[in-house]
Every structure is written in structure tokens, then in C-alpha cells.
Design a protein around this ligand. Sequence first.
Ligand SMILES: [Zn+2]
Length: 359
Amino acid sequence: MAGLIPQSFIDDLMNRIDIVEVIDGRVPLKKTGREYTACCPFHNEKTPSFTVSPTKQFYHCFGCGAHGTAIGFLMEYEHLSFPESVEELARLAGVPMEYEGPSPNEPVRRKKDESLYDLLAKVDQYYRQQLRQHPQSRRAVDYLKQRGVSGEIAAEFGLGFAPPGWDNLERQLGQSAEVREKLVSTGMLIKKDSGGSYDRFRDRIMFPIRDRRGRTIAFGGRILPDNQEKGDKPPAKYLNSPETPLFHKGQELYGLYEARQALRDITRLMVVEGYMDVVALAQYGIRYAVATLGTATTEEHLHKLFRLTPEIVFCFDGDRAGREAAWRALNNALPVMREGRQIRFMFLPDGEDPDSYVR
Ligand SMILES: [Zn+2]
């Protein structure tokens, strides 16, 4: 007897898996607008009325009313029990199963995670608003314009502006100790040794990092060229959220949600180094670029990418560091190579990055 599966495990699993991939592996789906469709596997039909929503993570049939989550789909389609369906999803996600007795803390934790997503949605909104309204946002807008980024692409990627100063976000959202604590646990505020806290992201262009449902789970921030901040050491050019309960660097890829929204069929995905590269390539019509977030490409990243497409192109600088990074990527990729999968390496001429090169 394996024991009970903790609700928190199921919640985490549901955050990792994608219903589109789960169903598409059994019933081939076609992308139509924001949703995916197929002829319904649960009733007989000639025109597709079975839809799968990647953002809501459920399926619905307008013909027979069949409806549910990835777990429900496996139960119906494969005639599995609830725990068997969870086990199958864990297997697909490559996550070891957890079993245990019921714990009184689990509902609390789940609620806490939900409220962290809500909070980051507010942070996201705040940064976007600052890009439009803050007296100093001109500098950020000018930078984006100079890089050729249109308002449309900026809106699509949800770009924002973290104003200069140490406590803008804290003053805007951190009215209560409880919210400040959550802002710390999502990486938005940094605790001072002396007590109190301050904004992690200051005077930066903000790139929300979204999960497969389009929820913001973290941020990347690029410093503005004329940053004036004084400190012990110069601020980093690029800064990412730290590991948090919602954000695991080794699993997430910047731009993957946006690529899936923009493309009907993903024939290939290209891994580049930075979020600015992803946005710049999208601006020039290359919608299949994604970026790792301050880590090398992990096996987990590759699993994720190969579930969506058979071809991955790694794009690197032509210098020594680029060649070394390519070698590491190749080594990480070998264990996940299978029949029909392809990886390619693209080396840019010296002194170019994808952003400069595409222009
Ligand atoms: Zn149906």
C-alpha cells in the first residue's frame, strides 16, 4: 500500500505538467487561436468540438460536455484511478512520487502559493504602469526604442520599469508585515541585516518571467545604461529573481510562454542567452527564441523543449566562452537525444549577439 498522495505534491505536479502535452501525446491536437482542438475522444464526431485550454489547464467538449483537468483526462481516457493518473503524470514530468499521511498544513501551503501568484500579478502591473507613468520612465522607453522594440512587442512581453530608489515597490505594495514577508519570499524585496527590507530591482527594465499558464513567477531586470546608483560595487547588468517557491531556474525558460502564444506550430526552438535577445528576435519576426535564466541549459530544460518540438538550435557567441557553453550544452543534451530529435549549434560572428545580429 503506497499511502496517500499529499495535496501539495499534486498541486506542484499540476504546476509542472502541461495538459496540452499530456493530451497531445494521446490525441493529436491542433492549435486554433489560444486553444487547441481535436475530434472528441469521448464521443463520435467528424468536426472537432473538443478544446484544450493551455491557460486554464482544462479540456472541454462542446459536443458531449466532457470536461476536466489533466488528471481527469487520464482517468477517462486511460481508465485509470485517481492515484494511477497522478502517478502517470509524475512519470511524464520526471518527478519522483511522494506518499504520506495527511498533514494539517497542506491546505495552508496551497493557499499561500496561490496568494504569491496574485501578489506577483500586482507587482507585474505596478512595473508596467511605471513604464507608462513614472517621470523617469523616458529613459527606459528611449532604451527600448533604441533597441528597436515596438510598443506592441513591449506589451506582449509585459515589459515594465522598476524606478530608481530603494523602496518604491515596498511603499506601493508592502503595507502590512504579512505582504512584506511575501515580497521577500518571492524575491522582490531583500531583507536587511539591520531589520527592514529594500527593493531588489531598482532602475531597471523589467521582464516578467511567466510559467506555461502565463502567470508571472519571477522577473529579470536589465539595468539602464545611464544608471547612477552608488554602492560598494557597480550593479549587475542583468539581475534575476532568486530561487523561490514559484521559480526554479533550472526548469524555466524565458519566452517559452510567449512563443507558444505566438506560434501555431513550433517547428523549432532556439536557445539564446538573454531576455533582451528573445525580445529583439521576436521584434524581427523570430518568435521561437527562448532564454535560460542565468544557468546553463539543464536536462530538465531540454525535456521541456523536446516535448514541444523535435529541433533545438543553440545560439552562442563565437568566442571561447561561447564554445565552452556550447560544449556544456551538448553534454547535457546527449542523455535526452532520441530518434527524430535534433540539436544544432549556431555560432555568431565575433562581437555580435542575437540582438545586434538580427538587426
Ligand atoms: Zn465530446
